[in-house]
Design a protein around this ligand. Structure first.
Ligand code: GDP
Length: 454
């Protein structure tokens, strides 16, 4: 029998209320030992989905007024008996109540153990469980909607549709190969091809939306680079909506990387404002410049800033070269003053160029539009099924490869039993994706990334 577990389900800080979650076959009995309903009833005798007002008792002392909400298996988040006790949210009271629950027989929950039990008890599949973690950390409206959509099973539904069709074809083929003398309807080549082509299309669609989904749900690393005084810190502050980097007209003010996560439209940018790129004899500044060049190598998006009020110099050209073949936006800044810069040279190097004045708040809109455009998230549909992480992406990619190979095999007239091996391998990958056939190692790895109490 699984142990009964307990943990604080709300944040470990002072708040209006703190919720202690207990789950397992003994949950109601354990809660009943430390929580006494004010009407003299017993928790053990109440039905599921009922709440009782009462007191938490620890070492024969009332420590708080509380509400206990009872769930009876299988109708709970975990699919087990469960009780959620809401106490007043001071850290001391919450910890005391938790201590009382452990004294009464519950074991401390492991990270993600509630959601893991929900998965093991069939309350949700692996994609839904993963979306619980994403939903908790979602940094914006579209990210939250996308994760919620996953929790509702949008991805599972799409994958299961593909799976059903592949499994039907596979079963029919296997039966036909194994029992050629029986009256089993032969799977015709045309309908097998249609199934494979449809599966290919669905899986390709999912893989295509992966990058945009990652950008929306996880954000992206972006580096602001350019020579000293181009306006990098001003741009950083414009995006952050407050003074984060020091703005002066003294070249070399930003000597190390200043980092900040900002929301631009629906995208979370993890921004780094870097030291101005130039040749410097100053040891500290030189380290900052080296780091700035490293950022250009590593960031997923480069925002290269050029000062339109000064002619381009060799540092600008060096930067342009470094940005070649990288996802980048050239920001030609200080458009409010007389231009002395050869704009066409910059435009020749970059596919994406905007002309702004970073010291003018109106410029933010131009920047937001460009960033969303370049990242391909303008028409992001948060209601569409999404692959949420690299694990899911790899399963989908492997399944697609197997489907592609099966199609090739079919086109080259290879026998059905050989094609079936490939279809089975696609099926296995999709079953691993939804968790119906995931290894214990994969499952444990997923839940180990959760917090305690989830
Ligand atoms: P950084 O060295 O690239 O970080 O440049 P800063 O952001 O510190 O800006 C250098 C100078 O240019 C400061 O005096 C800013 O006020 C000024 N500056 C930045 N953006 C603009 C702009 O769009 N127009 C004008 N006229 N000045 C700007």
């Amino acid at each position: 029998m699984e142990k009964t577990i307990a943990a604080l389900a709300t944040g470990n800080s002072a708040g209006g209320i703190g919720v202690i979650r207990i789950s397992g076959s003994e949950a109601i009995t354990i809660a009943g030992k430390i929580f006494k309903p004010a009407d003299g009833s017993f928790l053990n005798s109440i039905k599921g989905y009922r709440a009782k007002y009462g007191n938490v008792i620890y070492k024969n002392e009332k420590i708080d007024n509380a509400v206990a909400l009872v769930f009876r298996a299988p109708k709970s988040y975990t699919g087990e008996n469960a009780v959620e006790i809401s106490v007043h949210g001071g850290i001391f009271i919450v910890q005391k109540t938790l201590e009382a629950v452990f004294d009464a027989g519950a074991y401390p929950a492991e990270p993600g153990e509630f959601t893991k039990r929900a998965f093991l008890n069939g309350k949700m599949d692996l994609t839904q469980a993963e979306s619980v973690a994403d939903l908790i950390s979602a940094g914006g409206d579209a990210a939250a909607k996308a994760s919620f959509n996953m929790l509702q099973g949008a991805l599972s539904e799409k994958i299961n549709n593909v799976l059903d069709k592949l499994m039907d074809s596979s079963a029919l083929m296997a039966a036909w190969v194994d029992y050629p003398d029986e009256e089993i309807p032969q799977l015709d080549e045309a309908s097998l091809k249609e199934t494979l082509l449809n599966s290919e299309k669905e899986l390709e669609e999912l893989l295509k939306s992966y990058d945009a989904g990652q950008i929306i749900t996880q954000g992206i690393d972006a580096a602001i680079v350019g020579r000293p005084n181009a306006g990098k810190s001003t741009l950083m502050n414009l995006m952050a909506g407050r003074e984060k980097s020091i703005v002066t007209d003294i070249a070399g003010t930003t000597r190390d990387i200043v980092e900040e996560s900002v929301k631009l439209g629906e995208v979370a940018l993890h921004l780094s404002d870097t030291a101005g790129l130039r040749t410097s004899n100053d040891a500290v500044e030189s380290i900052g410049i080296k780091r700035a060049y490293e950022k250009i190598e590593n960031a997923a998006l480069i925002i290269a800033v050029f000062d339109s009020s000064a002619p381009l110099n060799e540092d600008d050209f060096k930067l342009m070269e470094k940005c070649r073949n990288k996802l980048s936006i050239a920001v030609i800044n200080k458009m409010d003053i007389k231009s002395k810069c050869d704009l066409s040279a910059v435009e020749n190097y970059f596919d994406n160029v905007i002309h702004i004045s970073a010291n003018n708040p109106q410029s933010l809109k131009t920047l937001v539009n460009e960033v969303q455009n370049v990242l391909g998230v303008c028409n992001f549909d948060s209601s569409a099924p999404l692959l949420a992480n690299i694990r899911q992406k790899n399963c989908c990619k492997n399944a697609l490869n197997a489907v592609n190979e099966a199609l090739q095999a079919l086109n080259s007239g290879i026998t059905f039993d050989a094609i079936n091996v490939l279809i089975d391998s696609a099926v296995d990958e999709l079953l691993a994706l939804t968790g119906k056939k995931a290894t214990t190692e994969v499952v444990n790895n997923i839940f180990s990334k959760f917090c305690v109490g989830k």
